[in-house]
Design a protein around this ligand. Structure first.
Ligand code: ADP
Ligand code: ZN
Ligand code: ZN
Length: 819
């Protein structure tokens, strides 16, 4: 049987970025046939009135039914994805039990997904040459000058034509317009001014003197330049607004400096990470221990696709990665360097740029729509090194040869919502099997799964025990909170306070870690116990100091704090619990002379703020840094003498099969932030359960002991790595409906799977955004056929459920390998 040549085909199969299981077939009008090939987008009507940019994935000679709609227009003259990407998407839909449309939606940059809902706006800095534009295209530009944004329906009306996606795509491609998914709904990238030194003054202190001479006659210019130099200590570029604030001058001063050709001003969308091609390049010299680990990795890669690098905190894993990448890039490959969260790893970006300069392309969740398309193109053109978060596995790699998954144990590799609920590490390993790439997983605290895979020799293993320059491992002290009771308003034991005092005295820095989970500050009535709850979700509202109101951390609802109790009308309403803010306040009272700052979601929502905090801490402008999980990740500071952990038990007693694993990882990672070249760092851990064996493992830095114990318990309780888990969540706004649906689904699944099915059960938080939730769990033996057939059964049973009366609107989310 010969496949039809695409140009002969009268029908195409397309996928549309909506939750639909299978490709759809459309007919192709004869005049378009020669323009179509795999991976092109076409404009189609889907449903009653909506238009989509759909992706061509196949050609057929006969339609599946008589009612086939025609393709309305062809958008691209080149493919936007590769066949390999489609294979990857198919695997993902299959493995994570979702639809190919959902994967497409997650994978493609928003600007590729033109729909009737899309709106367009004039891009700042668009070309001013219109000669290549048709009259119609020019008309759209004119209209956008008068009106800030247009929906695609507006464009249709304006031009009186029916298909506008190709035209919109062209204007987008030429850089005239920006595209957003919905009218004014999603955020529009803000353009800001950035300053950098003119080339003549860069990298040369002498030249900088000359610059200051040029500004001698103006005090304000000198101020501004000085402010710039101070702010630019660790950066190439600085936001103009920062300089203005610091120097307390107006923007005309910057204009003057620009005119004198001292500073360069560029306008860019916020968020783009500055590339510096002029950073001094650093050569890579590995220590003997690193060299051995490196050689082991190379050797293991000979016959294993995946190798795990188990390297202590501070052992120099990044340097081994660099060496591997360097060698890879020499051979013309493409490498993907995955990180759990890019905002938290500014330091890694800078370090890689120091070695690889502008070969590094950064992909993170803060990119604007236009930057995403830019990124897509650069990867298509073969960008050699891509540094990114989990979603960068969807980029259109041409020749992917190496994938590094740094901090492979990190929970933020898992996407929990929406579908596809994939694990970035696991998906990357599958992707590597498609492209023939080698994979290195790196961690000081490997996940139980990955270490298990090494122990059964499915993965290779390289170990790096020593810290770089033999920096000593920290001394750990446990404070037994049962013996040393905390006072009512305090979070700090006497020992910890003393240790902080001694550290400050030595002019060293302190990090205080507070688990994100638990004890957010809540509002309670002292008389009747009433607590402020969200109206739409089953959770307490938490107090936010900077707005002085209450927030729901699930749905974002905000409320004022009531003056009297709504239940008993008393006015004894109090704040309760201990957020990082409260800790910061307490520290300021105990150590009035210390400079205390806080790093958590509130203080770092803006990326600039995060950079600033890190810079300030690095420059020792902060003595004590209070933080949540953020402080445990990827940071490397030179002067931290003490790390304090306030409540080591919060994670430990969280009802989750990974509770012990997460506790071990967290404590080892957070302790890893302490340590100086000369002296061992100190770590003080406050706990109510100092005898729990996990603490001994942490204290001895004994991964093996932790792993063996954990493995036994996983085996006993049928958890990963011995069993696969699938979590099914049902949602509906009527409680009775969701309970009924969950019982029915669980019952039917049990008919096939018996006691592998757990529940249904009401989850800890039983209502979110006015939807009631029910959970069902499934545990499956770790055999590929077993899990494939269970997923097939699941799809059938969910489809069946949706046919039952009254249950069509029950939402069913499937989470394979839940985090
Ligand atoms: P890890 O990621 O294993 O915790 P890092 O890669 O962050 O460790 O290394 C810890 C510190 O040691 C960093 O400051 C790093 O620059 C330094 N370092 C490690 N190896 C080398 C090396 N081979 N040459 C120079 N500096 C190194
Ligand atoms: Zn009350
Ligand atoms: Zn809520």
């Amino acid at each position: 049987m010969s496949l039809p040549k695409h140009t002969d085909s009268a029908f195409v199969q397309v996928i549309v970025p909506v939750p639909i299981e299978k490709p759809y077939t459309y007919s192709v009008p004869p005049e378009m046939r020669s323009q179509l090939a795999f991976g092109h987008r076409v404009e189609v009507q889907f449903g009653r009135s909506r238009r989509y940019a759909a992706l061509v994935v196949g050609f057929v000679e006969a339609p599946p039914s008589e009612h086939v709609k025609p393709v309305l227009d062809v958008i691209d003259d080149h493919p936007v994805i590769t066949p390999l990407q489609l294979d990857f998407w198919r695997w993902m839909a299959d493995y994570y039990a979702c639809s190919i449309g959902e994967v497409m939606h997650a994978a493609l940059p928003a600007s590729f997904k033109l729909t009737s809902e899309t709106s367009i706006y004039l891009l700042p800095g668009h070309p001013d040459d219109f000669t290549d534009l048709t009259d119609r295209e020019y008309l759209v530009i004119q209209a956008l000058r008068n009106q800030e944004e247009l929906s695609l329906d507006d464009v249709k009306k304006l031009l009186r034509i029916d298909t506008v996606l190709p035209l919109v795509n062209k204007l987008f491609r030429l850089g005239f317009i920006g595209v957003q998914e919905q009218l004014a709904d999603s955020y529009r990238p803000k353009v800001q001014k950035y300053l950098r030194l003119a080339p003549a003054f860069r990298n040369d202190p002498e030249a900088l003197h000359a610059a200051f001479e040029l500004t001698q006659r103006s005090e304000r210019q000198t101020q501004a330049l000085l402010a710039f130099v101070q702010l630019a200590r660790n950066r190439v570029e600085v936001l103009q607004s920062e300089v203005l604030r610091k120097a307390d001058v107006k923007s005309d001063v910057i204009k003057a400096l620009e005119k004198k050709e001292i500073l360069e001003v560029s306008e860019r969308e916020v968020n783009r990470i500055a590339m510096d091609d002029e950073l001094p390049q650093v050569d890579i010299h590995l220590t003997p221990a690193q060299q051995t680990a490196y050689a082991t990795i190379m050797e293991q890669w000979e016959d294993k696709r995946v190798v795990l690098l188990h390297g202590a905190t501070g052992s120099g894993k990044t340097w081994i990665y660099k060496k591997l990448l360097d060698q890879d890039l020499d051979q013309g490959g493409q490498a993907l360097y995955l990180l759990p969260e890019i905002a938290l790893t500014v330091q890694v970006v800078q370090r890689l740029q120091r070695t690889f300069g502008n070969q590094v392309v950064v992909a993170h969740s803060g990119l604007s729509n236009n930057e995403r398309v830019d990124l897509w193109k650069r990867v298509q053109e073969g960008a050699p090194l891509i540094l990114g978060v989990r979603s960068s596995i969807f980029l259109p790699f041409q020749n992917l040869t190496t994938i590094i998954v740094d901090e492979e144990h990190d929970a933020s590799y898992k996407q929990s919502d929406p579908a596809p609920r994939y694990h970035g590490r696991d998906a990357a390993i599958y992707l590597a099997s498609l492209t023939g790439a080698r994979v290195l997983l790196g961690s000081a605290t490997p996940s139980v799964e990955s270490f298990y895979n090494s122990s059964i020799e499915k993965y290779g293993l390289a170990v790096l025990r020593e810290r770089y320059l033999d920096v000593r491992f920290p001394d750990l002290h446990f404070v037994d909170l049962r013996k040393h009771k905390l006072t009512k308003d305090s979070q700090f034991s006497r020992q910890l306070v003393d240790e902080i005092g001694a550290t400050l005295e030595r002019k060293e820095q302190v990090i205080i870690f507070k688990n994100r989970r638990g004890y957010a500050p809540v509002v309670r009535c002292l008389i009747c116990g009433w607590q402020a709850m969200c109206d739409r979700c089953d959770v307490a509202l938490t107090y936010h100091k900077y707005r002085n109101n209450l927030h729901c951390h699930l749905c974002g609802l905000q409320k004022q704090i009531p003056i009297v109790c709504p239940d008993c009308a008393s006015n004894e309403i109090r704040l309760e619990g201990h957020g990082t803010q409260k800790i910061e306040d307490e520290l300021k009272i105990i150590f009035p002379d210390a400079r205390v700052s806080r790093m958590d979601y509130d203080t770092t929502r803006r990326k600039e703020a995060y950079h600033k905090l890190i810079d300030a801490f690095e420059q020792q402008e902060i003595d004590i840094l209070v933080g949540t999980q953020m402080v445990t990740k990827g940071l490397d500071f030179d002067h931290v003498g003490l790390v304090g952990v306030l409540h080591a038990d919060q994670q430990l007693y969280f009802p989750h099969f990974r509770a012990v694993e997460r506790t071990f990882q967290l404590l080892v990672q957070v302790s890893g932030r302490a340590g100086r070249k000369e002296t061992a760092g100190q770590v003080v851990i406050q706990t109510y359960n100092p005898t729990h064996p996990v603490f001994a493992d942490v204290a001895m830095n004994d991964y093996q002991s932790f792993f063996q114990r954990e493995l036994l318990s996983r085996k006993q309780w049928l958890y990963p790595p011995f069993f696969h888990l699938i979590k099914i969540t049902l949602k509906h706004k009527v409680k009775g409906t969701v309970v009924g649906a969950a019982r029915l689904l669980a019952h039917r699944l049990k008919e096939h799977l018996g006691n592998r099915v757990l529940g249904p059960a009401e989850p800890g938080i039983a209502r979110v955004r006015n939807q009631y939730l029910m959970d069902i769990g499934i545990k499956i033996e770790r055999k590929p056929q077993a899990s494939a057939s269970v997923k097939k059964l699941l799809r059938e049973q969910i489809a069946q459920l949706h046919k039952e009366r009254g249950m069509t609107t029950v939402r069913v989310n499937v989470d394979v390998d839940p985090g």
